[in-house]
Design a protein around this ligand. Sequence first.
Ligand code: GDP
Length: 296
Amino acid sequence: MFENLSDKLQSTLQKLKGKGKLSEKDIDLAMKEVKMSLLEADVNYKVVKTFVNNVKERALGSEVMESLTPGQQVVKIVHDELVKTMGQQGESKLKFNPNDITYFMMCGLQGAGKTTATGKLARKLKKDGKKPLLVACDIYRPAAIKQLEVVGESVGVPVFQMGDKTSPVTIAKEATKYAMKHGIDVVIIDTAGRLHIDESLMDELVQIKQTVKPEEILLLLDAMTGQDAVKVAETFNQYLDITGVILTKVDGDARGGAALSIRNVVEKPIKFLSVGEKMDQLEIFYPDRMASRILG
Ligand code: GDP
């Protein structure tokens, strides 16, 4: 991810670093290049505008103009603003219920990589010493239940299912009873993914949310769909007030537009990156590390 953007930003900033003093014209020119690079990376237009304005304002201020190494100061500002665009320190941490069973709800469109990421998350929680349970609430897609069972087995986490004739809300309720009986502390609900967002999908998700009152509502978004992923996030967030995003298929996304836009547009943090098909390919999202990766 970010290969092109990274090359372009680095070459723009290198030119600034090569100069002794910086004029307003130098900054203007560099910011035009930064803007183009971000737009080419498919970053949301409003996010680009805010980003460039913020960098420019600071770059023209005394912290740069009076500095002995103005070029380096601009690099630092670009880094800071990239971090700010992608999130805040600590917000990728998952929330747990300290006194009772914790519920996570996994949502997203079909094919986004929800089932895969659900397995990865269960694996991570188990490694962290939790006792998770996967719950099969996608009763519509043929083979969804089986797929979750396969994933559950591969990471050694039990799967609760009631076939495809019981309503997802009832399944979620029954899963609670199972969890209490078996000493489960985190229940991860795999909800139905549809090809498009529709009212009945959203109503069902809202009902599940009201039933289990989840600590986390995690939305799975395919990074390769760029700004479409951002639109999907806006809609799910309107209905569900999500708590975070897991960006999937990041390994196949050369541009990075979704990663750089979501936090700013939807005002919800990216919590994890799914970077491959294998169960251990889940990374915690750290905005500062990502910014450093972009700027090299
Ligand atoms: P769901 O319909 O949202 O549950 O999606 P799945 O979890 O079934 O994933 C759809 C396809 O994308 C499968 O072929 C997965 O192996 C693949 N996939 C999921 N996550 C990733 C990822 O992070 N990287 C890559 N390259 N493929 C992924």
